[in-house]
Write a protein that binds this ligand. Structure first.
Ligand code: C2O
Ligand code: CU
Ligand code: CU
Length: 520
């Protein structure tokens, strides 16, 4: 790729649906140019306060010589970054140009249930959805994605996801790096598996509804192992784990520090210097990285999660994206203090709600993996091609579940999700303490709650790590542990448009691990 076209890709990026081609083998990568990091275009409300966009079917090129059927928002794959300001109302005109119903959910936005875009706000093919979103929360990196029950996982795999960025005056005053795609770099991290014919693999079988989607190709902003040409200086990197199920343990290839400045719902009080950070499905972190020396580095994913998530290539360090800071110098600085967070009350309210994640088909999903030798292989620490082949075959070929079997595989508080049934009611405007746990299984569940940003009080009886102690909308539970959160719902959610509380492993969500609640 020439310098010019690379730069064009960097600035135009996803707006034009540019997807850099995938390099499949290192040998091939060596004699061809690396794809430039696609940068999503920014959309701000027009003079009337309107943002119009659509969801559409398209094709994109991820594999050499093969085109893949995709979905995207105003693009062939993924979508633009919607940029909204605190204190502003924005009117969204959304058109569904897909051949199937969808919804648009604003993940992390604190808004009333009737504009939240949950499963009750379905938009038919060809249909439009007009909503007014009141923006009143601190600057944050949020995202939007479909929430149609029960095909969210499939729609996200095809490409439906976009960033939603809130700006505010306090954050502007910090003078963080703010040149989009130059020293303010959005990175949407996902994993995909491709079929032999180049199409995205997707199958709701017992393996998927228990273990979640297991991809083999990491994509960053829709490109495989792209390279970002950035400013030299401090970089602000906005990370979204937009994967259906996979967690990532991220670090810089040269072990330089990642200074975490923000979590799901906005800035932390002060930067937290980390060597590695964990990101679960749906989570966002903003990190500052010192690139003043101009030395390039890779963002790398280390093996993490259940044995099935450590199949090749995720059995070793996987480079996700190269940051090459060789453009002009950037002026950004790392501030010592960032934002004021309200102190946690000395006396906590009593627990008013339990959310128990249930897996009713846990055994049925784990037995075949056990028989294939996956757990034994994980214990031995040595990879065995025969085991990997057997497990891969289960992932790919185990038959699709019937719809009824899919929808009843998982649950919350003892019951699979039922669209017509509201599980409970939360009190509006009050500080509430909720307890999130899992039933018999030991799996990781990144639990997400609509209509709020909360604080994690404890995880398995311990205080959360400092970089996870700020505003969050996802609380992970794992290994039979319990998490407690402190939450407040400022807006109402009526029975005809309730909020969702669910596991953000989308295959769990689509198979019953979701509850709905009203706020009054
Ligand atoms: Cu990101 Cu209920 O979803
Ligand atoms: Cu959400
Ligand atoms: Cu789950």
């Amino acid at each position: 790729m020439t310098k010019l076209s690379r730069r064009r890709a960097l600035t135009k990026g996803m707006a034009s649906g540019t997807i850099a081609a995938l390099r499949l083998t290192p040998a091939l990568a060596a004699d061809t140019a690396r794809p430039a990091l696609p940068v999503p275009s920014e959309i701000r409300p027009n003079a009337q306060g309107v943002i119009a966009f659509d969801a559409r079917a398209a094709t994109a090129r991820f594999l050499p010589g093969q085109s893949t059927a995709t979905y995207g928002y105003n693009a062939a794959f993924l979508g633009p970054a919607l940029r909204l300001r605190r204190g502003q109302g924005v009117t969204i005109y959304f058109t569904n140009r897909l051949p199937e119903p969808t919804t648009v959910h604003w993940h992390g936005l604190i808004i009333p249930g009737n504009v939240d875009g949950g499963p009750h706000q379905a938009i038919a093919p060809g249909g439009r959805w007009h909503v007014l979103l009141p923006i009143d929360q601190q600057a944050a990196t949020l995202w939007f994605h479909p929430h149609f029950y029960p095909t969210t996982a499939a729609q996200v795999i095809k490409g439906l996801a976009g960033l939603l960025i809130i700006d505010d005056d306090d954050t502007d005053r910090l003078a963080l790096p703010s040149r989009w795609g130059i020293d303010d770099i959005p990175l949407v991290i996902q994993d995909r598996r491709f079929r032999r014919d180049g199409q995205f693999f997707e199958r709701m079988n017992i393996i998927a509804v228990t273990s979640g989607y297991v991809g083999t190709v990491p994509l960053v902003n829709g490109a495989h192992y792209p390279e970002a040409r950035t400013a030299r200086g401090w970089l602000r990197v906005r990370l979204l784990n937009g994967s259906n199920a996979r967690s990532y343990l991220l670090k810089a290839s040269d072990d330089r520090s990642l200074y975490v400045i923000g979590s799901d719902g906005g800035l932390l009080e002060s930067p937290v210097e980390m060597q590695q950070i964990v990101m679960h499905a749906g989570e966002r972190f903003e990190v500052m990285v010192d690139c003043r020396s101009g030395t390039p580095f890779d963002l790398v994913a280390l093996p993490a999660g259940a044995p099935i998530m450590r199949l090749p290539p995720f059995d070793g360090p996987v480079p996700l994206v190269t940051i090459r800071p060789d453009r002009g110098d950037g002026p950004g600085q790392l501030p010592a203090s960032l934002a004021k967070l309200p102190p946690l009350p000395a006396v906590l309210p009593a627990v008013s709600q339990d959310l128990v994640m249930n897996m009713f088909r846990d055994q049925a999903g784990m037995m075949p993996l056990m028989k294939a030798g996956l757990m034994a292989m994980a214990k031995s620490g040595k990879s065995d091609p025969a085991v990997i082949a057997r497990v891969t075959q289960l992932i790919k070929e185990d038959p699709e579940l019937s719809r009824a079997a899919q929808l009843s595989a998982n649950g919350v508080n003892g019951k699979p999700f039922a669209l017509g049934e509201v599980g409970f009611t939360a009190r509006r405007g009050e500080l509430l303490r909720w307890r999130i746990s899992e039933g018999g299984d030991q799996m990781l569940h990144p639990v997400h709650i609509h209509g709020c940003q909360f604080r994690i009080l404890s995880e398995r009886g311990q205080k959360p790590e400092a970089y996870r102690a700020g505003w969050k909308d996802i609380a992970p539970i794992s290994a039979g542990g319990v998490s407690e959160i402190l939450v407040r719902f400022p807006h109402p959610a009526r029975a005809d448009a309730p909020y969702m509380a669910h596991c953000h492993i989308l295959e769990h969500e689509d198979s019953g691990m979701m509850a709905q609640f009203t706020v009054a």
